[in-house]
Design a protein around this ligand. Structure first.
Ligand code: SF4
Length: 234
């Protein structure tokens, strides 16, 4: 794994602080974190993660509470609810038919294999592999659950974090594992949950896919992409 950043761990330890100086991290901007803080329930967090795919956190949160209100976000309830009814409750989050089918399927599996208690899976050996064997659960979702519920020292890599990591230069490969390893090597002294939230917030406000606001960015002094752009223009 190449680590192209030249900064020492002593410098990088301030990344969360640097971002927090410029961006206010609000619970309501992170549907999964908000649900995690309010419920500490792995099944609800899993459903919130699924709802948050391809939509805004605001709409995912609305869909989550609507689902809670109209059916209840519990495997025992969702496993037996009609897909149409689930879809109607979560419509605001988009892709509602696909998501409704996935929610029902996940509920049935968790009910059958873990007696409706996802903690059984999380506390078992090979919990990551078992999470990844569930339908619609990928690396990011598995790591979100492991980080937020059992404090595993991992950083889940979403689309914002992937983009920032590549621009910072912590990995020269685009795979999930390479980016995660690169970030964790470079930022090993950070709190991974805080780092996860801060980098997502940075991706939404400064390090956007197009026209990143490098001149105002709190990480400008340690960013490889910014150095390249700067040297090309001078
Ligand atoms: S300096 Fe620019 S490219 Fe680098 S992290 Fe900030 S916004 Fe992204």
């Amino acid at each position: 794994m190449a680590n192209n950043c030249s900064n020492s761990p002593k410098e990088t330890i301030k990344i969360v602080d640097k971002i927090r100086e410029k961006i206010k991290i609000k619970e309501e901007d992170f549907v999964v974190w908000k649900v995690a803080k309010e419920t500490n329930d792995p099944f609800k967090i899993l459903i919130a993660t699924l709802l948050s795919q391809n939509t805004t956190d605001k709409n995912a949160l609305k869909a989550f509470w609507r689902l809670e209100e109209e059916i209840g976000v519990e495997p025992e309830k969702l496993a037996f609810a009609p897909v149409k009814k689930i879809g109607k409750a979560i419509k605001i989050a988009g892709l509602h038919r696909i998501k409704a089918e996935a929610i029902k399927e996940l509920s049935q599996i968790i009910l059958k294999e873990y007696q409706g208690d996802l903690w059984r899976l999380l506390k078992s050996e090979n919990s990551r592999e078992k999470l990844l064997s569930l339908p619609r659960v990928g690396n990011k979702t598995a790591d979100v659950l492991l980080l937020m519920l059992i404090g595993r020292n991992v950083i889940p890599v979403d689309t914002h974090i992937r983009r920032i990591a590549l621009r910072l230069g912590v990995s020269n490969q685009n795979s999930y594992t390479s980016i995660q390893r690169g970030l964790m090597k470079f930022l090993k002294d950070e709190n991974m949950l805080e780092l996860h939230l801060c980098l997502i917030a940075l991706g939404k406000t400064y390090c956007k896919p197009r026209k990143p606001k490098c001149n105002e960015c709190p990480l400008a002094d340690i960013c490889k992409y910014r150095r390249l752009i700067f040297s090309e223009n001078h």
